[in-house]
Design a protein around this ligand. Sequence first.
Ligand code: SF4
Length: 111
Amino acid sequence: MICIVCPMGCPLSVEKTADGFKVSGNTCPRGEKYAIAECTAPTRTLTSIVPVKGKDMVSVKSSAPLPKEKIFDCVNVLATITLDAPVKVGDIIVKDILGTGVDIVATKNIP
Ligand code: SF4
């Protein structure tokens, strides 16, 4: 896999061992942490857009990375939402989406 933590994009190899995982190819410790997380509990930050009645769309994102297997279900939740203006940066659009403990927040002001 390629490490996506920083623009270096180090090519990583992960080997399962009796003690856990052995990671090689990483230039720094963050690569090892990323590789093990990808093999055990991958996460992604969700970015999307939500319509605002009579206005533009508002961009939103997850307040923290979500479990990768829940991303499409979260997108489906967002597809059911239409907001009323105004919307401010940081407004919580969906609290604790799908019980993940992660909020979906606005990243744009819509007056
Ligand atoms: S291993 Fe370290 S240096 Fe390499 S891409 Fe990942 S974070 Fe960047």
